[in-house]
Design a protein around this ligand. Sequence first.
Ligand code: GLA
Length: 414
Amino acid sequence: MRSRHNRNLGLAGAVAPLCLLLASSAFVAAPAWADGALKIAEPKPAVAQTPPMGWNSWNHFNCDINEAKIRGAADAMAASGMKAAGYQYVIIDDCWQKNRDADGNIVADAERFPSGIKALADYIHSKGLKFGIYSDAGQQTCGGHPGSRGHEYQDAKTYAKWGVDYLKYDWCYTGTDNAQADYTIMADALRSSGRDIVFSMCEWGTARPWEWASDVGHMWRTTGDISDAWVKNSKSKAWERGVLDILDLQVGLESFAGPGHWNDPDMLEVGNGGMTATEYRAHFSLWAMLAAPLIAGNDLSAMTPETKDILTNPDVIAIDQDALGAEGHRAVKDGDFETWVRPLKNGDRAVILLNRSESAHKMSVDWSTLNMAPGEKAEVRDLWSKAVTKGVKAAYSADVPSHGVVMIRVTPSA
Ligand code: GLA
């Protein structure tokens, strides 16, 4: 069974003994992170200027992965319209690793991946897609496979040789390690690998990565794992949270996100069966509002048309990928009724009216919430129904379904 050991104890636990060590030896060089300033040799690759979009094996397949399933996901991404909608990265999560060879090189499980990881990467690249892989800062991954501790530079070189474009780096079995120090080592290793690799930090938010990670990685998890549930329920594991539980933990983090450095509220559950279509539409809309990486987690080769329509909604994806890169924030909270607002590059605003209650509710957003004068006319486009209303003044009202959203794009002076 998968265990979850040794969560990080935070900066204080690691810094105090280090200070003692430094005081006792004038000749010990301070590590890169000791004075709070990161000193990574190479600049951060300028990838992920908008939130990365892709697919990851974990939410649907867990450890039950193999070469055929990952190829199948790549095939489906290319053929289903997902690639055309902007999805790019095909990411293998945990359980692809077997052991290390006599030289310490990481070895993939040959039963699951008989052609090897390089051949799989080549196949994914041949579809015009990018390839992502998973490791862990500890000695083992969360699933008990070899982690990268002590092999960071060696693994980064291997990934570059294989053609890896994206690394998700987990935080199991890290004991009392300092997260900033460990993630900085792998960031440095990736940058010296000679390949531009998106660095996706999966530290679960324990050491508040939003405060220090914008120079280290391209995205960082802000919470524990997502559950395929509107709110945590009896099927959720101890460390999992529902969509609304995760949403609440994003409030106040919006100022830390921007091009090349994103808050990551975890991968999508759209299409995995635990929520209604209305809830999945809300989940997808809210993640776009949050400028979240859009990493699908369903079985792409067996998507219903409804799931595909949610995951490929071009208007909602355009909000997520807006070039300004400003994460949306919760502007109004009135019990179960919330208004979320995101400023967009061209001066438009994205707005979500969220109804967390058990019945439908008429909600409205005032122009004052959008920093617009009451008399200012705007065009309002409903991003799910596609209805367009011109010349709207002062406020916009809509019926919002239970456990659902209305998501609109407001274009002022139109
Ligand atoms: C952790 C991560 C998950 C997934 C699993 C794999 O729980 O947070 O996203 O990668 O490990 O074991």
